[in-house]
Design a binder for this molecule. Structure first.
Ligand SMILES: [Zn+2]
Length: 267
């Protein structure tokens, strides 16, 4: 079991990793955010977004999503992330599609597919997904995958050069790097270490937003039970859930709750 000290040590070491990564990539942050915003708008132009009047789940997403985003703003992991987030124009959209998936692009551009809500089942589980996706973005896991794609498929060019030379291919790989739902089946799953880091930070966001992080275990156990049933939610293809991950969640979420969880007060 993690004690408070170990948890804090983990977060501090995590913070230094994030800072190191950002030192290297900070020059490309604005390009990354600009591509993300551009692709997000293109995505919304060809997918139906749902308003609260059309589907009450959109209201749920707004309620839970903004709680999580406000918690993220209070816990930005590092000063550099705080600075980076100043240029975020957060957006949340519920998209009508039969996919059980969600994703967060750089610059805080979030999409949740309407078929995910019957799987999340509760505000707390939806908060788990949103917190986890945002954590991946802030921890630069998509950036790292994009670098890999640039190296493997785009001649090792940096992002701006690749975008000028091969705009279509670069945008396609960008969508894959950030687990955009249009690319289910070809998206690589995040590494187990990335999953654990996103679980850890996501649980803190979740708790700070007023949702019990123990729900992280409940939600991912539910996802795990879909494995091998032929009805696996698309979310699992980019966020693999193995037994080790479940075990880790079972062992650590109560500690995160003890330190960060303040239930939403009922007025
Ligand atoms: Zn993940």
């Amino acid at each position: 079991m993690w004690g408070k000290t170990i948890l804090i040590l983990y977060l501090v070491s995590n913070l230094s990793i994030v800072s190191a990564i950002q030192d290297r990539v900070s020059e490309s942050d604005s390009i990354t955010q600009s591509i993300a915003a551009d692709i997000y708008q293109q995505f919304l132009a060809v997918h139906k977004t749902l308003t609260p009047l059309e589907n009450p789940d959109a209201e749920t997403l707004n309620r839970v999503g903004w709680r999580v985003i406000n918690a993220v703003k209070k816990y930005p992991v590092s000063k550099k992330t705080a600075k980076e987030m100043e240029s975020f124009a957060w957006e949340l959209n519920l998209v009508a599609e039969k996919k059980m998936d969600a994703w967060c692009f750089p610059a805080g551009k979030i999409v949740v597919y309407s078929s995910l809500l019957p799987i999340t089942q509760s505000d707390a589980s939806l908060a788990v997904v949103l917190s986890h996706e945002i954590a991946h973005t802030l921890l630069k896991h998509g950036d790292n995958r994009m670098k890999q794609y640039l190296k493997e498929f785009l001649g090792g060019k940096n992002l701006s050069t690749a975008l000028s030379a091969k705009p279509v291919e670069t945008k396609d790989f960008f969508k894959m790097a950030y687990a955009n739902g249009d690319y289910v089946g070809v998206i690589r799953g995040f590494d187990p270490s990335d999953e654990m880091a996103a679980d850890q930070l996501g649980a803190v966001f979740c708790a700070m937003a007023g949702y019990n992080p123990v729900e992280c275990t409940v939600f991912w156990e539910r996802m795990r039970r879909f494995s091998g049933t032929g009805r696996e939610p698309e979310l699992i293809s980019s966020h693999p859930v193995d037994e080790k991950r479940i075990l880790w969640l079972r062992e650590n979420m109560e500690d995160v709750a003890r330190i960060y969880y303040k239930p939403i007060s009922k007025k």
